[in-house]
Design a protein around this ligand. Sequence first.
Ligand SMILES: NC(=O)c1ccc[n+]([C@@H]2O[C@H](COP(=O)([O-])OP(=O)(O)OC[C@H]3O[C@@H](n4cnc5c(N)ncnc54)[C@H](O)[C@@H]3O)[C@@H](O)[C@H]2O)c1
Length: 449
Amino acid sequence: MRLTVIGTGYLGATHAACMAELGHDVLGVDIDPDKIASLRSGRLPFYEPGLQELLDRHIATGRLRFTTSYEEAAAFARVHFSCVGTPQSRGSDAADLTYVDAVIDALAPHLTGPALVVGKSTVPVGTADRLAARLAALAPAGAGAELAWNPEFLREGFAVRDTLRPDRLVLGVRSDRAEALLREVYAPVLATGIPLITADFPTAELVKTAANAFLATKISFINAMAEVCEATGADVSVLATAIGHDERIGARFLRAGVGFGGGCLPKDIRAFAARAEELGTGRSLAFLKEVDAVNLRRRDRVVDLTRRLCAGDPAGARVAVLGAAFKPDSDDIRDSPALDIAVRLHLDGADVTVYDPQAMDNARKTHPLLGYALSAEEAVVDADVVLHLTEWREFRDLDPAALASRVRARRIVDGRGALDADRWMAAGWDFHALGRPARSSAGTAVRAE
Ligand SMILES: NC(=O)c1ccc[n+]([C@@H]2O[C@H](COP(=O)([O-])OP(=O)(O)OC[C@H]3O[C@@H](n4cnc5c(N)ncnc54)[C@H](O)[C@@H]3O)[C@@H](O)[C@H]2O)c1
C-alpha cells in the first residue's frame, strides 16, 4: 500500500521505516526541512537501535522517501498516519494540540478523494472526535475524508521491535472501511496472531493514556516504598523482589530509582489529570499528581544525598554523572532525570562532568555549561562522588576496581538500583542506592544521609 507518515520524530521516523519494512511504499512528511534533508540522505536524526539499518535498506529499495510538501503527501496516498508531537503546554499541565491540529489544517484542503487520516499521537480523550469534524469540514472530499485513532505503545530503545511485533493493536474506528484499510496496513503484523482491539474513539484514546498512567503509578509506587525504606532502614530492593514474586503484582517496573522522565510519561500523566479536571472527573485522577510528585522527589533525594556526601557543600566538589539520556538505548534527553540532577548540582557550584554513550550531542546542545567527558573512565577522574543515573549496560559492566584509582573519593550513588553493590564495595567503594541502607567498603552502614 501507499502510506504517508506525517511528523518524522522518534515515533514517526520509526513508523515510516517499519511500514516500509512491512512492504509498503512510504512517504515521510515533516515541516522541519533539516530533518527531512537528514533523513533523505540516510542520516537518522536520533539514535534508536536497529532503525538506521531499516532506513538504509528502504531508501535503497525506494520504498521510503521524504518530503516537506503536504500537496505531494495528499497526492501520494489514501492512508495518512499523523505522528506529530503533543508536548505539555507552556504554563499549564494540558497537552498542546497545536501540532495535531496543524496536520489536519495543512492536509485536509488537499484531500479531494476518499482518504483515511490515522492519528497515532497521544492525545487527551475527545481530541479524535473534534479532529474528525475538522477534517470533514476542511477536506473537499467532505465525509470521504475519514479519521481513525491508532495509539502507539512503542518504547524508545525497543521501538523497531515494538512496531514490527507489538503486544497488541488498538484501532479506534468509525466505519468498516477504516477498519478494513488498517487491517490491510497491518496484515503482516496481524498474521503473527497478536490481539487486535477495535474501539470507539474515546476508548482508543484512553487506552494509551491509561497504560501510561498505570506504568507511571507502578514506578512511583516502588519509589514511595523507597522513601519509607529510607525512613526505616529497610531495603527496597529486597522488598521489590519479594512482592514481585506475587504474580498479581509482577516484578517488572519495580526497580526503585530516580524515576521516569522522557517525552511521554511525565507530560502524559499531567495532561491526563488536566483533561479529567476539564471533564469534571478530576478526583478520579487526582492520585496522578502524587505519582508525579513522588517521581520528582526522587531527583531531590539524589541532589540532597550528593550534597551531604560533599560535606554539605558541593561548591568546588567534582561530581561525575554517568548518563544523560532519560533511559538507556536512546539519545532522548527530554525531561531527563540525569540532566536535571546534573544541572542542579552545577547550580550548587559543583564541577559536574557528564558522560553518556549516545546522548552527548543532545546534552551538549541544551546544557552547554555542564562539563563533558568522552568515556565513563574520563568522567570519574578526581571525582568526589559518582552518580549512576541512566542504566546503560556499559555502566553495569564498568570495572569498579579500575575506576577506584581514578577518583578522589570512592563514593557511588546508584540512582537506578542496577549496579552490583557487592562488586563496588569489594573494590573499596561506599555504595549508596535509593531506598537501601548505604554501605561502606567494609560492609558497614555509612551515615551520609
Ligand atoms: N517517543 C515515543 O516513545 C512515543 C511513544 C508512543 C507515543 N508517542 C507519542 O507520539 C507523538 C510524537 O512523539 P515523538 O516522540 O515522536 O515527538 P518528536 O518531537 O520526536 O516528533 C514530532 C515531529 O513532528 C514534526 N512536526 C511538528 N509539526 C508538524 C506538522 N504540522 N507537520 C508535519 N510534521 C510536524 C516535528 O518537526 C517532529 O519531527 C507524541 O504524541 C507522543 O506522546 C511517542
